[in-house]
Structures are given as C-alpha cells and as structure tokens.
Design a protein around this ligand. Structure first.
Ligand SMILES: [Zn+2]
Length: 417
C-alpha cells in the first residue's frame, strides 16, 4: 500500500541503508537480498502511540478491565507491583512487550513509562528497546504510586544524553518525552525548558491550565468533548485512541475518536496496556469501527476503512511528528514494513480487485497470525512469524521468572505492611 493507497499492484520495493529507495515493477538490484512477497500484502508497519510496556508482566494479575467496573483491578495491581520492580523486571517486561509488538506487525512504539522507579530502570528499558530494534519514542514519567513528584530533570537529561545524544545509535530510538504525573504544570515547564514533547492521559487538565501547545500528545479519546478536541487541536495537540481498551470500558469512558477524525482530519491508535488487552492492531481497527457505528445514531458518520488503515499507520506517524519519515511506503521514507500472509485460512481466497479490497481484507480478516515478516529501518526483525534476533522462548521464560519474583515480593511487602 503506497502513499495515498490509490493502487494495489504487484511491484518490487528496494531498500538500502534503512530507507525505501525505489518502488516499481521488475526492479533489479545487483547483490540485493531478495524477500519473496508472493501471497503477501506489503504495507507499512503499525505505529503505536502510547503503551505502558513496563506492566505487561502483570498480565496474570490484572482482571476485570471492562464494562461498569472500568479499570477492574488494574490500578491497585500497578500500585502494588510497580514500586517492587527491579531494573531487570522492567527490562524483561519491555522485551516481552516488543516481542508481542513484532508478532502483531508494530514497528514503532511510544513507551509511555509511568513507572520509572530510578534512572537505572529507564536505562534497562532503553537497553531492551535497542536490543529488540523496534522504533521507539520514550516517555519519562514518575514512578507508579508516586504521582506527586515532579520528574527529576537531572535524570531525564542524563537519560537523554546517554540514549539520545549525538554519539548514540539513534537509528531506532527517536525521541524522549515527559509523562507528567500530578505535577502537570511543573512537569510541562520542565519538558518545555528542554524541548521535549509532553505526553499525557487526557487533555482536560492541560486545557484548564492553558498549557496546550503543538508539543502535546494526548493518549485516549474518551471523556473529551467536541469543544475539547477543537480547542486542543487549534493549539496543535495530537490525539490517539486506545481503541481496544476504550471499547471495553463503561459509558463514562465512551470514545470520541471518530470526532477527532472529523474535526482534526486524523487520529492515531495506541495499545495502552498489554496487561489488560492485546497489541493486536487489526482488532483495534475493528474496535474503532464498532464503536463509531454504535455512535452513528448520534449523527456521527462512522470511520471509513481507509481511515482505519491510516489511523494505525500514517496517523500514528503524524502523532509523533514523523510523517515525513514513516507511516507509508514512499520512496525516501524509512523502511518500516510488514508482510501479511494472504494464503491463510482467515484470509483466503484472496483475489483483490483494487486498493479498497486489499484494505477490506486487512481490516476485516486480519489477525496477528498473518504477520509474516517485519522490518524496521530495513532490518528484518521477524521472519516467518519468528523473531530473528532472539528467541521468544527465552523472553517468555525470563518474564515468568520475573513475575514469580515479583509475586513473592508482593506477598512479603503486604504481610509486612
Ligand atoms: Zn495509558
């Protein structure tokens, strides 16, 4: 699917030095490694815009995040386990999350880290990001359960210098932001002093404080009115929807993502937490559609299939301010690409007539099981559905070790307290 996705043709695509160099029929490139994309849809990797990768480990302890219970036991479990994390646990949770990301065709992740217990924890997470190779934006936040503290400016700058300085490898990790806790205004001022984006849950607090600007990226499209969207949008803020999670919550958290699309012309999608839901972006597109169809009676036109595909690709790129670099298969852009199998039981028979029919197949029949090959910056990270750099088995076993250790610590801390 190319820029504008007007054409769905059989073409060759040449990647060199991490970028898309050429797209046309019958390409030949001497010495190039050839990936056979027969029976495959070639499309941009999915772009996530808000994900708390640290808490994927808590998957077996988090329950009931749906309906009137809203967040179930998600908040108390984060508060119980979050402070107990060692840097090793943060590292393992990020590795597990990124293994899931790749299995789901995600090539860019915004790690909204609201459990930076110490600078070592941030370093451990960024080390995992570098090892796994998924394009990363990192949001530095206050430790879970300690929302009254301003993010340490010295720590943020030290992490920036270590991982985002001119000497470090910036080919995969793109940017650092600040995730404010309760100290919204102070954190925002600190972020702005240092030219870092501000990544927040909801926009109401910043709107009331008169602090919305083009550096503000808003996670979630629930509990926002059309006036909020218009006002924040006029000041340059960008919005995403955690569609899979939001579609599970009660009426108080009803998503207004479709009106973000109508009023601002673009919306992005995020995973939010893989402890509460999956990172399946195919499912997220269908959740967006079913939520917007439910709102149709209120006079809102539902999402089109094209808008859904754009939301999980170029919409995410716009959210990050990276639309010139990622989000479409365009000559000159970074080679963040996924290949989807069409010869699978959920997809066959595949016989597209135009780009619309390809997008229909992806939105209505896609599942992570069809994600065959994923590359970031031209590096193949998933091939035949298997990780290339490391083994899923090791990642899973280490995650289980950490969860057992955390369970023991939680038991000890609650019996001591
Ligand atoms: Zn969140």
């Amino acid at each position: 699917m190319e820029e504008g996705m007007e054409a769905a043709e059989v073409s060759d695509l040449l990647v060199r030095d991490g970028r898309i160099i050429e797209i046309r029929k019958n390409l030949s490139a001497r010495g190039a490694t050839v990936i056979d994309a027969r029976d495959r849809i070639v499309m941009p990797g999915f772009v996530d815009t808000h994900w708390h990768l640290w808490n994927t480990l808590l998957r077996p302890r988090v329950t009931g995040v749906f309906g009137a219970s809203n967040f179930g036991n998600y908040t108390p479990m984060k508060a119980l386990y979050g402070p107990l994390y060692r840097p090793l646990d943060s590292y393992r949770s990020v590795r597990l999350s990124l293994a899931e990301a790749l299995a789901c065709g995600i090539t860019t992740v915004l790690n909204f880290n609201h459990n930076v217990v110490s600078r070592d924890h941030a370093d451990a997470e960024l080390r995992a990001h570098h090892e796994m190779g998924v394009r990363t934006l990192f949001g530095y936040g206050t430790p879970e359960g300690r929302g009254g503290e301003i993010v340490s400016e010295a720590d943020v700058l030290a992490v920036r210098d270590r991982w985002f300085g001119s000497t470090s490898d910036t080919s995969v990790v793109y940017g650092l932001g600040v995730c404010p806790g309760q100290m919204l205004a102070d954190d925002a001022a600190m972020a702005r002093r240092n030219g870092l984006p501000i990544i927040v849950h909801g926009v109401r607090g910043l709107l009331q404080a008169g602090l919305v600007g083009p550096d503000v990226r808003v996670a979630h499209s629930y509990r926002i009115t059309d006036a909020d969207i218009a006002s924040a949008g006029a000041n340059g803020a960008r919005f995403s929807t955690s569609a899979t999670v939001e579609s599970m919550l009660g009426a108080a958290y009803y998503s207004n993502a479709v009106n973000v699309q109508r009023l601002l012309g673009t919306v992005a999608v995020s995973v939010d937490s893989a402890a509460t839901q999956t990172a399946d972006m195919f499912n997220a597109m269908r959740a967006m559609l079913s939520s917007s169809v439910s709102a149709e009676a209120g006079g809102k036109a539902p999402f089109t299939v094209r808008e859904l595909v754009e939301a999980v690709t170029v919409g995410g790129a716009r959210f990050h301010g990276l639309e010139d670099e990622i989000g479409t298969l365009t000559v000159g852009k970074r080679a963040d690409i996924q290949l989807l199998r069409t010869d699978q039981p959920t997809m066959a028979p595949f016989s597209p007539t135009d780009a619309q029919s390809v997008m229909d197949a992806v939105v209505f029949h896609g599942t992570p099981q069809i994600v065959d090959t994923v590359m970031v910056e031209g590096q193949v990270l998933l091939e035949g559905g298997e990780l290339r750099r490391t083994s899923s088995r090791a990642i899973i076993s280490e995650a289980q070790d950490s969860m057992s250790w955390l369970d023991l610590r939680a038991l000890t801390s609650s019996s001591a307290g």
